[in-house]
Design a protein around this ligand. Sequence first.
Ligand SMILES: NC(=O)c1ccc[n+]([C@@H]2O[C@H](COP(=O)([O-])OP(=O)(O)OC[C@H]3O[C@@H](n4cnc5c(N)ncnc54)[C@H](OP(=O)(O)O)[C@@H]3O)[C@@H](O)[C@H]2O)c1
Length: 258
Amino acid sequence: MSNPTEHTLAVPTLASFGGELSVAVIGASGGLGSAFTAALERAPAVARVFTFSRAAMTPQSAKTAWQSIDLENEESIARAAAMAKGAAGSLHLVIVATGLLHDSEQQPEKSWRSLTAATLQRAFAVNATGPALVAKHFLPLLAKDRKTVFAALSARVGSVEDNRLGGWHAYRASKAALNMLIRTLAVELARRNDRALCIGLHPGTVDTALSRPFQAGLPEGKLFTPARAAGQLLEVLDGLSPGHSGGLFAWDGQRLPF
Ligand SMILES: NC(=O)c1ccc[n+]([C@@H]2O[C@H](COP(=O)([O-])OP(=O)(O)OC[C@H]3O[C@@H](n4cnc5c(N)ncnc54)[C@H](OP(=O)(O)O)[C@@H]3O)[C@@H](O)[C@H]2O)c1
């Protein structure tokens, strides 16, 4: 595993966003979501951090507020957006760090023989429909007087062009759907708010509950700690400009094919 120390302590500057930032993390209880939250709480440029998750969380910083959200319940998404709007007026950065690869009810498929309507529907509900509904309620909150970003955690395996291994049908297909939603939302966003970006992120392989059963055989240095992954992705976001909207960006800044 990579040495986490420097990234655990790294303080994101977010210089391209300006200061007094209001940011939101959806899925703050997850491996990446909690690392994003911690990094944003440390950033001097960030004034307010709105965190949302299904399970109750106790904020670790005076900057932070929490409210429940369930991506399979649009009313809870609308209530979350209303809370952030009421407290901050507008937002500068929204990170959707939710996602489903496996849980007690489903595992990623190794063959088409394992496909079921129920597992496909759940993957799409959490990985595509949920982030789309978050966008519906949170994109209108992005400030218009400076650079702002709506970023959803996608995955390289959602790239149609890059798919040579197969497997993980529901996860791949739901992330491909998310990528298309991101591109489509970005086109509309450019007409409404030309300083805002809507993008997808590929974090690399990160040591979280989502990847834990699949880490065997990873080459040395290819498994990031959540703190390192969040730090790398915040640097990527800092380097993007509105012309990048609609794209899928990896942890090293590389633009990935859809
Ligand atoms: N880890 C990796 O190697 C890797 C690689 C590529 C892409 N990604 C992507 O990065 C994102 C974050 O993954 P992670 O590694 O941090 O996984 P994680 O630790 O399993 O976190 C996933 C988060 O999604 C939340 N979630 C699931 N269903 C939800 C729902 N219906 N409503 C609200 N929240 C829900 C979970 O909340 P609960 O705690 O309530 O279940 C959890 O906070 C995912 O989109 C994933 O696909 C991760």
